[in-house]
Design a protein around this ligand. Structure first.
Ligand code: SF4
Ligand code: SF4
Length: 315
């Protein structure tokens, strides 16, 4: 699979990045061996880049997938930590649980603006020092907002940007895809390494599969694109697409049938925490129940992480 350098970081990544959110407790809850086998199959097909996060709960899958694999793999993780102490714990947890000496890329999770980056100033300082000590190779941020990318451009220590990018702009919280592309171009020219997330808008663009992939793969600003996958069939299909190979109709049929949706159980206590957590504005309280606006939901699973009643599932 083709690799590209992530901006000025010197880190060379495959165009397809394995997005580890999907296999874990916030989404598919695959058994450890099964989830690790899906990651391992991507690695064996030439994918050398894995994206995860402290909150995804998928470090154990990655550790198992990497065990005994001979090739070089780039791992990116992220944390919501604000303080130096919490970021130190987050990095230590990632190193320990994935059995890695160095986490290649460590990011501030879901940043919105220069103000939120300043709010995470201590955590950012810690990551910059960890980089100087060789514990991480590059520092970055992930964002669902145009203003998040704009902020990254202003902070030289942020070398990697992981933004929401898909041809309809699904999940971009403060603008259109045109706005996002304009700011990504500025970030690219400033030497930032960029890898996109949610090319299929969390499944909302599955019916426009070919168009969605050809859009992100045609963007020179994106070194790589993170994709959540939960089966070996999905890995094989996506590898064919990313390699520009003829797509197998059998694989396409298998994967097309795998559309997912957010499900809210009847025992919901209407506390509203999930509504507050959903920055996509996809959840509302209607008639004493939480309702999901499917077109706005990118299936990130973040709402499920705050539900103390375990009512939210992606099925
Ligand atoms: S967080 Fe859970 S219990 Fe609270 S409103 Fe949402 S689904 Fe219901
Ligand atoms: S409803 Fe939940 S899964 Fe959907 S975008 Fe909002 S936080 Fe993410």
């Amino acid at each position: 699979m083709e690799c590209r350098y992530l901006g000025d970081t010197g880190i060379n990544v495959s165009r397809m990045c394995f997005g580890a959110l999907t296999i874990g407790p916030l989404q598919e809850r695959l058994p450890l061996g099964e989830g690790a086998a899906v990651i391992r199959s991507a690695l064996e097909h030439g994918v050398n880049f894995i994206d995860t996060a402290q909150m995804y709960g998928t470090y154990s899958y990655i550790r198992k997938a990497l065990k005994g694999f001979g090739g070089q793999v780039v791992v990116a993780s992220k944390s919501y930590a604000y303080t130096r102490e919490d970021m130190a714990k987050a990095l230590e947890e990632a190193r320990r649980e994935m059995d890695l000496d160095v986490v290649d890329i460590f990011m501030l999770h879901e940043q919105e603006s220069i103000q939120t980056i300043r709010g995470h100033g201590e955590a950012l300082d810690f990551l910059v020092e960890a980089k100087a000590k060789g514990l991480v190779r590059a520092v970055g941020l992930s964002t669902h907002r145009v203003s998040g990318v704009e902020a990254a451009i202003q902070v030289p220590e942020i070398q990697v940007v992981h933004p929401m990018v898909n041809f309809k702009g699904v999940g971009i919280q403060d603008g259109t895809i045109k706005d996002m592309l304009a700011v990504l171009d500025k970030a690219y020219r400033a030497g930032k390494g960029i890898y996109g997330m949610k090319p299929l808008g969390g499944g909302n663009l599955m019916h426009q599969f070919e168009e969605a992939f050809s859009f992100v793969l045609g963007l020179p600003q994106l070194a790589s694109v993170a994709l959540g996958m939960k089966s070996v069939a999905e890995v094989e299909l996506n590898v064919q697409i990313f390699n520009g190979e003829k797509v197998s109709p059998q694989l396409m049929d298998k994967v097309r049938g795998l559309t997912r949706r957010l499900h809210i159980e009847d025992w919901c206590q209407q506390c509203g925490r999930c509504i507050e957590r959903c920055h996509s504005g996809a959840l509302t309280m209607a008639g004493g129940k939480v309702a999901v606006e499917k077109e706005k939901c990118v299936l990130c699973g973040y709402c499920g992480a705050v539900c103390a009643e375990f009512c939210i599932k992606i099925i």
